[in-house]
Design a binder for this molecule. Sequence first.
Ligand code: DP6
Length: 327
Amino acid sequence: MPAHAATAVSCANIAFIKYWGNTDEALRLPANASLSMNLAGVETETTVTFVDNLAADEVFIGGAAQSGTPYDRVVGNLDLIRERAGLRAFARVESKNNFPAGAGIASSASAFAALSVAGAAAAGLKLTEAELSALARRGSGSAARSVPGGFVEWGPGQPGQPDSSFGVSIAPPGYWDLVDVIAVISQKHKIVGSTGGHALAGTSPLQAARVGSVPDRLERCRAALLARDFDHFAEVVEADSNIMHAVMMTSAPPLFYWEPITLAIIKAVRRWRAEGLPVCYSIDAGPNVHCLCPGEHAAEVERRLRENLDANRLLVARPGGPARLLG
Ligand code: DP6
């Protein structure tokens, strides 16, 4: 068999309604539905090559050979692909991000979306978007939302059914010119990453209240998004980020992802909005602050973040398309 290769590119995404906690850790079935926007230009590019004479899978990220957990997670997805395709060959995986990994921008989302799309194509599989999304989810939950384009909803699926939980686009990237101005506070790796955090979610007495109140927030967020109603959108996005961080801070052990600068930006964003600038914040499992605003206000949000705050740098992303094969 000659080498079979494919390359795919996928965007990261920012969740407006967050995923935190699983009902099934092994299958990565989420405790609740979530809703996100793909981030154009914040991307992972991955090439998967199945090679006959390899003795084991090889995984390179940014040119560096991987071992331990990152390696095992990639091999886990390759095993699912091999099983589906009836393939035995090992693969070489070469992946690169154009943004810092492990600091609260969802590098695992774009990574596993690109890996799944490239890996399935390299193995000769013809999968639907839903099947690719469910496959990406097995590597990293939020990757389910980076497979379809634009604004994406990801449902919790059915117990014991691995293909029942996948992302679906509810609006294309051009539907609303929403911009994410990301204040990058730290490029360091997190001490407790998302996977460890999800496993702790159930230890917080607030998790049941969060999960129980997601359907209402999800409905309000979807309605505000589809109506391009920024005021209602801002309220529900901030509320959902806050309650997820309340769960994180009250799990055992507690997880504090914020730095002092994170809270300073939260307060500044709320003050700017009260003064009439339409902008709101959302924070993932890290200290970075995603400042969301309508496109026509992005330059002003950037200017204020640069002027007043000590962010390392700003990344600016508009709604992004689906994961795609290159070539
Ligand atoms: C806080 O998808 O990164 O960003 O499935 O363990 O890879 P794993 O977790 P991951 O969790 C994302 C958590 C979040 C919220 C979100 O993106 O919905």
